[in-house]
Design a protein around this ligand. Structure first.
Ligand SMILES: [Ca+2]
Ligand SMILES: [Ca+2]
Length: 496
């Protein structure tokens, strides 16, 4: 991959010559020469933003308004098949920052500390001369010092754990300050101010803006409260508690509908589904405004053409499918994430990227763009070519993994192989059904094919491939962590 980009750069550099010193042939007359990729990166990560809750998305409710995300899609690329390899906050964040699966980076739940010696990819950018900034939610490890500056960032603003939606206490380069305001706006203000200090002729820069929004329990900005109060809620067909919906579903899925993460006892009865849905989408409004303000700042600074902006969610979110809410599951709404990429002049406006892209691919992609050869071993790969309209070799199936948490015991340890057409899901430690779905015929995963005789060979083959993959990756150990709190305890006080 590094080779491909190097070739593009060399052609751009020697435009006008007949061949470059390495024998690259320039494009024939009339063919647009490749454009030099941007050099700066703004990576915007949202929390628990579901892949289809973007105004332009065909599956979004028609009343949903996300003008800035729509603008990103219109001016850049919508990466339609973006996934996470673990649908949970901390493991996915660690995968983004290391380019590695959870079984390899070791951040397998939302409370375990980061293993000593872990290196995050922005360190390599910093070493390569980039101006780097981390602004927002870190949320790996929950210790007292989990908001402290990390190596690799010239500028650092963060907070401990999940943080709060208003008047956050921010750790700004090592000192804590209480900042008045709505957290999404405060983080956006900080990011815009930092961008305003970057200059087109100076060092290249990398901004990692990580929002608290739109994580539950949702709190819209006061200006957006009630915006969707009268909007009709779309219920997925698989939400109803019917015999047909659960005929071939694992028993634990049915039982979860009456738990903290189920539609019939959400957060142990604190919310009803409709108001939960409305507050979720209202909380998204400030996030969207923030994206718009960042794009505007890049325009004002003359940095739009030299900056790749990536918008991504850290995991998906179930909204009633199979009676479930939240994440962790290997179902589509949980594994899929929103992803948009914009770089005017380099990415074709309005392009739909079909290639598979995963959270573990971000690190390789950003380092690729920066031309940094880190030697850091990664499970992911650069998807830079697909943004420039060049296909990548199909990787086939990818591995999905989720490790059981004491805090939320209703979702079992889960491994899955997801291919373009078939998905096989294996649960560890529960005496229950496995699952096979034909995503082409059944994109909503309503018909589990695990007992269908004509799929027996496929199921056995996928199960073999799954364990071959796990064995080859040295991922056969299921991590055991000390659990000291459960969801219900949150009703009695703040997070431990
Ligand atoms: Ca999350
Ligand atoms: Ca630096």
């Amino acid at each position: 991959m590094m080779r491909v980009v190097a070739a593009v750069l060399s052609v751009a550099v020697v435009a006008g010559l007949s061949t470059d010193p390495r024998g690259e042939v320039p494009p024939p007359p009339g063919v647009r020469p490749p454009v030099q990729p941007p050099r700066n990166v703004v990576f915007i990560l949202s929390d628990d933003h579901r892949h289809d809750l973007m105004g332009f998305h065909p599956n979004a409710p028609e009343w949903l308004e996300t003008p800035a995300l729509d603008r990103m899609a219109a001016e850049g690329a919508h990466v339609r098949n973006a996934f996470v390899t673990t649908s949970l906050c901390s493991p996915s964040r660690a995968s983004i920052l290391t380019g590695r699966y959870a079984h390899r980076h070791g951040v397998v739940d939302n409370t375990s500390p980061i293993p000593d010696g872990t290196v995050f990819f922005p360190e390599y950018l910093d070493e390569a001369g980039y101006n780097t900034a981390y602004i927002g939610k870190w949320h790996m490890g929950e210790g007292n010092a989990s908001d402290m500056p990390r190596p690799g960032f010239d500028h650092w603003i963060s907070f401990r754990g999940q943080g709060v939606y208003s008047n956050p206490e921010l750790n700004i380069n090592g000192e804590r300050h209480r900042i008045p305001g709505y957290t999404t706006d405060v983080l956006t203000d900080s990011a815009v101010a930092w961008l305003a200090r970057q200059d087109a002729g100076g060092d290249p820069f990398f901004l990692y803006l990580s929002h608290k929004a739109v994580h539950a329990e949702f709190e819209p900005a006061p200006r957006h409260e009630g915006r969707y109060a009268a909007s009709p809620i779309p219920y997925p067909e698989s939400m109803a508690n019917t015999e047909a919906n659960y005929r071939e579903k694992p028993r634990w899925v049915y039982e979860q509908r009456f738990s903290w993460h189920g539609v019939d006892y959400m957060f142990h009865g604190q919310f009803d589904f409709d108001s939960f849905y409305r507050r979720y989408t209202e909380t998204l409004l400030a996030l969207d405004e923030g994206v718009g303000r960042l794009l505007d700042q890049l325009e004002r600074s003359g940095l739009s053409e030299s900056t790749l902006v990536i918008y991504m969610g850290d995991n998906g979110f179930m909204l009633g499918e199979h009676g479930l809410i939240d994440k962790r599951h290997a179902y589509e709404a949980s594994m899929r994430v929103p992803m948009l990429a914009r770089a005017p002049g380099w990415i074709e406006p309005g392009v739909q990227v079909e290639s598979l892209v995963r959270n573990i691919d971000i690190a390789a992609t950003v380092l690729d763009l920066a031309g940094v050869e880190s030697g850091h071993e990664m499970d992911g790969r650069s998807f830079l070519p697909v943004l420039a309209g060049r296909p990548l070799e199909d990787e086939g199936e990818f591995l999905y993994e989720y490790f059981w948490e004491f805090a939320f015991p209703h979702t079992p340890t889960t491994f899955a192989l997801r291919g373009d057409r078939y998905k096989y899901i294996y649960y560890h430690g529960v005496w229950d059904l496995q699952e096979l779905y034909d995503l082409e015929a059944d994109p909503d995963e309503r018909f589990n094919l695990i007992h269908v005789p004509e799929h027996r060979e496929r199921i056995e083959a996928m199960r073999s491939r799954l364990f071959d993959r796990l064995e080859a990756a040295d991922a056969m150990r299921v991590p055991l962590r000390r659990g000291n709190w459960q969801a219900a305890e949150r009703l009695r006080g703040p997070d431990p």
